[in-house]
Design a protein around this ligand. Structure first.
Ligand SMILES: [Zn+2]
Length: 167
C-alpha cells in the first residue's frame, strides 16, 4: 500500500533566503502552526505543497538532492522554484500541488492564504505556473501563448462588430 501525504515548503520572513522542505501526512498548515508555537515573531507560511505517494521517502530524496544547500536540519538556502523542481523530480508522480499566494497585503489582512494551481494550465504542459492569465495560471511561455490567443480573439470580435456595422 502506498501511503499518500504532503511534501511542503515553509518560509518565514525572519529567515530570508532559506526555506524548510518537510513532509506530513496531515495538512501542512498544521506543521506551520506547530512551528509558530516555538515563539518566532513572524508566522511560518506554507508556500507550496504537493500531495505525493510515500511522502517520507520523497522528502528524503529531496533532502539528498539539496544537501549542498543545507543550512541545518530541514532548512535549505535555495530559491522556492528550485525547491519545487527538486520536490517534483523526487516525487515522480505529483497527485496534486498548490502554490500559495504570499502577497503581503492579504497576509496582513489575516486572509487565508489562497491556493493557486502550481502547474501550467496549458494542456500537456507540466511546467510551473508563474503568471495568471484570465482565470488560469500558466508558465512563462504559455502565458504569452494565452495572451496572444486572447488578443487574437478580441481583435476578431472587434473586426466582426465593425464589419456588421459597415454593412
Ligand atoms: Zn506551460
Amino acid at each position: 500500500m502506498a501511503i499518500r501525504g504532503w511534501v511542503y515548503i515553509i518560509e518565514n520572513d525572519a529567515m530570508p533566503g532559506i526555506l524548510k522542505v518537510g513532509f506530513s501526512t496531515k495538512d501542512p498548515a498544521f506543521r506551520a502552526k506547530d512551528l509558530a508555537g516555538t515563539g518566532s515573531p513572524h508566522p511560518f507560511r506554507v508556500v507550496y505543497d504537493a500531495l505525493v505517494f510515500e511522502p517520507e521517502s520523497v522528502e528524503g530524496i529531496a533532502h539528498t538532492k539539496l544537501r549542498s544547500k543545507r543550512e541545518g536540519k530541514e532548512w535549505f538556502r535555495c530559491s522556492r522554484i528550485e525547491a519545487i523542481e527538486v520536490i517534483r523530480a523526487s516525487a515522480g508522480t505529483v497527485i496534486l500541488e498548490w502554490l500559495y499566494t504570499t502577497d503581503p497585503a492579504s497576509i496582513k489582512n489575516g486572509a487565508a492564504l489562497t491556493p493557486e494551481r502550481a502547474q501550467c494550465g496549458y494542456y500537456g504542459c507540466k511546467k510551473l505556473a508563474t503568471s495568471p492569465v484570465k482565470g488560469g495560471a500558466y508558465c512563462d511561455e504559455h502565458s504569452k501563448t494565452m495572451r496572444a490567443q486572447l488578443e487574437a480573439a478580441r481583435k476578431k470580435k472587434f473586426d466582426e462588430v465593425r464589419l456588421a456595422r459597415d454593412r
